[in-house]
Design a protein around this ligand. Structure first.
Ligand code: ADP
Ligand code: ADP
Length: 229
């Protein structure tokens, strides 16, 4: 059993004759960084949301860390799946300090452990000096690193990122590809990243999953893909 296993995942939205995602099979190893790459509407976000538990497949099973978190008879809620989400707009709480934002993800940990862990992940993302600031006092790149720190804090099995680079201007985008990859590697985390940008996919991932019309067209490492005619 692979670390993450999607079997035969199929999703029809109400009123649509064509599936948004069709019989999708994918296995992911522990520590791998995977991107789902493809044009708008090809089913990337729906796949991510099914893994997270925000959307229920019509068919198929999902295993995370060897545990069946979804089958047609039962579904584990998002907060019990061991996932960390980074949203495109970061979704930081503007009225909370950076420290509080990161601690928020730790739910019922003790106050002392929360603080300790928040300090650890802020150091991991290179923002240890920013604990007492507020999100609006940080640059876009820094805010994204806070969002990543918050996602990593509870030591999730997998981090899910939806279009993490598409709000960033060209220069910052290149830097953040590098920073995000470094942070995920240092944290030794498995990650699934959705992007429509081939450069993003090639820069950050071990394997690229190319999607079109709800199906997987190709799975290959960036190196293998460069060799394609
Ligand atoms: P991508 O992330 O690759 O842009 P999505 O997964 O968002 O693609 O969408 C896949 C298909 O499912 C599209 O045709 C989209 O319009 C449709 N879709 C996505 N979400 C919904 C929804 N909540 N209700 C109905 N159709 C949806
Ligand atoms: P993305 O940028 O990931 O492709 P979209 O902008 O297409 O996302 O969609 C934003 C939100 O709207 C998502 O939550 C998606 O599930 C939902 N959505 C997308 N397409 C449809 C649709 N045809 N009908 C209803 N909701 C949709």
């Amino acid at each position: 059993m692979s670390f993450i296993q999607l079997e035969n995942l199929t999703k029809y939205f109400n009123g649509s004759a064509d599936p948004a995602v069709a019989s999708l099979n994918l296995t992911i190893q522990k520590g791998e960084i995977i991107t789902l790459l493809g044009p708008s509407g090809c089913g990337k976000t729906t796949t991510l949301r099914m893994i997270a538990g925000f959307e229920h497949p019509n068919k198929g099973t999902i295993h995370i860390d060897g545990k069946e978190v979804y089958n047609e008879a039962q579904s584990l809620p998002p907060e019990k799946r061991g996932i960390g989400m980074v949203f495109q707009d970061y979704a930081l709480f503007p009225h909370m300090t950076i420290m509080k934002n990161v601690m928020f993800g730790l739910g019922k940990w003790s106050a002392r452990d929360k603080k300790q862990r928040a300090k650890e992940v802020l150091e991991l993302v290179g923002l240890e000096g920013y604990a007492n600031r507020y999100p609006t006092q940080l640059s876009g790149g820094q805010q994204q690193r806070v969002a990543l720190a918050r996602a990593l804090a509870p030591k999730p099995h997998v981090v899910l990122m939806d279009e993490p680079f598409s709000n960033l201007d060209a220069g910052l985008r290149e830097k953040m590809r590098f920073d995000v990859t470094n942070i995920l590697r240092k944290a030794n985390t498995t990650a699934i990243i959705v992007t429509h940008d081939q450069k993003d996919a090639f820069a950050v991932s071990d394997r690229v999953v190319v999607m079109k019309d709800g199906i997987i067209q190709q799975i290959a490492s960036p190196r293998e893909m460069y060799r394609c005619p």
